[in-house]
Design a protein around this ligand. Structure first.
Ligand SMILES: *[C@@H]1O[C@H](CO)[C@@H](O)[C@H](O)[C@H]1NC(C)=O
Ligand SMILES: *[C@@H]1O[C@H](CO)[C@@H](O)[C@H](O)[C@H]1NC(C)=O
Length: 338
């Protein structure tokens, strides 16, 4: 089942037991990256970050014990979730403009008052069932972090990292590179993380090799058994983000190449990537993952907050630079590098 919309349509009629899905509002948009460039203020490129307010340039220890508020609907989740930020590059004068973020309108349920942000999934098997009877899920440990994708990737699609061109709310086909024509409803990006852990390392030098991906096709598909090298089945984490391209559509002359770039510029959409920093309080994520028939934002004893409360969570800007408005270069990317 490749397309999210087909899977969700099935979910409407089938009993669904898929795991958690919830919105998180935008926390901050800054050049910070505590996973890949800990301590760097600024980091190399601009990120769109959601989640707990313990977020800063250096993050160690148990984030779940450090946060005091979160922009996520699940109020015990102080994790941080981020991706590069999308920019529009003016086709004739070369200036850049940050693309605003819209809350995801899920195919089931609304965006519940989120402000920008992204939608997070922790699925146990696929979009429709948890399969817990044959496979337990182990929650991440304090200090756990990982990335998926790479800003230096310039060719070759990566399974699970996708773009969709929204026409209104119609999501259309999943693509491995940027859309080639204007999208009236925005650009929808999906980042699926791998779900098999080596059982030992909370991180690795490349932030990826402690994890292993057994999924070979796109969408929320059932995962094959984890290999002996990475035997522990973790929740499958996914982000969905909607980039509001509406105000740039008229600036994209018909028939000309895609004018969108990630905050590191890159040469194509293949450099799309995402970072995850675990920060659920205590055993709250484990309790959610142990629960069967725990569809989307349900999950029994997991505490929630309204998005009106979540939207009040914020952090101070520590990298003081302009990242929005028309810019002659991307923050951190000197002209020589472009
Ligand atoms: C990050 O936050 C911790 C407190 O949680 C603080 O001790 C540390 O100095 C901060 N680091 C940076 C680089 O801001
Ligand atoms: C490029 O075009 C935009 C939109 O028309 C404009 O606002 C911006 O100032 C221009 N940049 C330069 C360097 O002329």
């Amino acid at each position: 089942m490749k397309s999210v919309s087909a899977a969700a349509a099935l979910a409407l009629i089938a009993p669904v037991q898929a795991g958690l899905r919830f919105p998180c509002s935008t926390l901050t948009i800054q050049r910070l990256d505590p996973v890949v460039q800990p301590g760097s203020m600024p980091a190399a490129h601009v990120h769109h970050i959601v989640g707990g307010n313990a977020f800063n340039a250096t993050m160690t220890g148990d984030i779940g014990e450090k946060g005091t508020c979160t922009t996520c609907q699940m109020s015990e989740d102080f994790s941080n979730y981020w991706t590069a930020h999308l920019y529009f590059k003016h086709p004739t004068n070369g200036s850049y403009h940050r693309v605003p973020v819209l809350p995801v309108q899920p195919l089931l349920g609304g965006s519940q008052g989120a402000s920008g942000g992204l939608t997070v999934y922790y699925t146990q098997f696929d979009l429709n069932k948890d399969n817990l009877k044959s496979q337990a899920i182990k929650a991440f440990q304090p200090g756990f972090r990982m990335t998926v994708g790479s800003p230096t990737r310039s060719s070759k699609p990566q399974t699970g990292l996708r773009y969709q061109c929204l026409q209104g709310q119609n999501r259309g086909a999943e693509m491995s590179d940027f859309p080639t024509k204007p999208c009236t409803g925005g650009i929808f990006t999906t980042h699926h993380f791998p779900a098999c852990w080596d059982g030992k390392n909370l991180d690795s030098p490349d932030h990826q090799s402690h994890m292993y991906n057994t999924i070979t096709s796109d969408g929320f598909v059932s995962a094959a058994k984890c290999p002996a090298s990475h035997p522990v089945r973790m929740p499958q984490v996914t982000y969905e983000t909607v980039w509001d391209t509406s105000k740039f559509n008229s600036l994209w002359p018909s028939g000309t190449p895609n004018p969108y770039v990630w905050s590191f510029e890159g040469t194509s959409g293949f450099g799309t990537h995402a970072d995850y920093m675990f920060g659920w309080k205590g055993d709250s994520l484990q309790r959610a993952m142990d629960k069967s028939e725990c569809f989307y934002d349900g999950c029994g004893s997991i505490k929630k907050q309204t998005m009106a409360v979540a939207n009040q969570c914020s952090i101070k800007e520590t990298v003081k630079e302009v990242t929005d408005g028309w810019l002659t270069e991307l923050p951190g990317m000197g002209k020589a590098m472009v």
